[in-house]
Design a protein around this ligand. Structure first.
Ligand code: ZN
Length: 217
């Protein structure tokens, strides 16, 4: 798989620094499982971070702190990314680990609007954002909306188009709060997206705002 749309540089840096929220971190890790280009970018960002740490002046720590840190390093894995062997699996590894079913069709999808169904993930209580699977029927549109925060979407199946372009399987739409868009699923098959939202989405039209509590994004 060779995705055409990738993560933003600021998202890559935040992931490498370990500062992304659980919700967006899940979608980012899922794209990384499928995208060698972004994996390379994360490794470069991690090397940059390591270089910056190296330049910090040394600080004395207690013997106990030093021993605990060295023990953690001994136990750390160098393999943060899922093995490339899963690169073409139906669902990327980081997402598959959260699912209790082998097939996305078997999830308890909730119908939210004509042609639109959704599945909500339960994250840990400290998570600030939300993660959902969205299934948009062929030719169906999600109402035009802004985000009020970052929204990162990974396409798992099918494709959609908006004013930015065509997003197909493996592509990621990494949108900041200034971008408004109206995705329309392509004809032929459902478009299934994994969506992380930092804060609730802000729909533009009054009709869409009224629908928002029903759609839940
Ligand atoms: Zn990528």
């Amino acid at each position: 798989m060779t995705p055409a749309h990738h993560l933003d540089h600021s998202t890559i840096l935040a992931y490498a620094a370990g500062t992304l929220d659980e919700a967006i971190g899940l979608v980012v890790a899922s794209h990384l499982a499928w995208c060698p280009q972004c994996r390379t970018a994360v490794r470069a960002a991690e090397a940059l971070g390591g270089g910056l740490l190296d330049q910090l002046p040394a600080a004395a720590v207690s013997e106990n702190c030093r021993a605990r840190t060295m023990a953690m390093l001994q136990g750390a894995s160098l393999h943060r990314f899922p093995a490339p062997a899963v690169a073409d699996a139906a669902v990327p590894g980081p997402l598959a680990r959260l699912l209790s079913v082998a097939n996305l069709d078997d999830l308890p999808w909730k119908k939210k609007a004509p042609g639109v169904a959704m599945y909500d993930f339960k994250l840990s209580p400290t998570a600030k954002g939300q993660v959902k699977l969205l299934r948009i029927g062929p030719g169906r549109a999600v109402p035009e909306h802004g985000h009020g925060g970052e929204e990162v979407t990974l396409i798992l199946g099918g494709a959609y188009r908006d004013h930015i372009g065509r997003f197909g399987r493996g592509d990621v739409a990494d949108l900041d709060e200034d971008i408004e868009h109206k995705p329309v699923a392509e004809a032929g098959e459902d478009c299934i997206c994994l969506v992380a939202i930092e804060r609730p989405t802000r729909f533009k039209s009054i009709a869409a705002r009224l629908m928002q509590p029903l759609v839940g994004i």
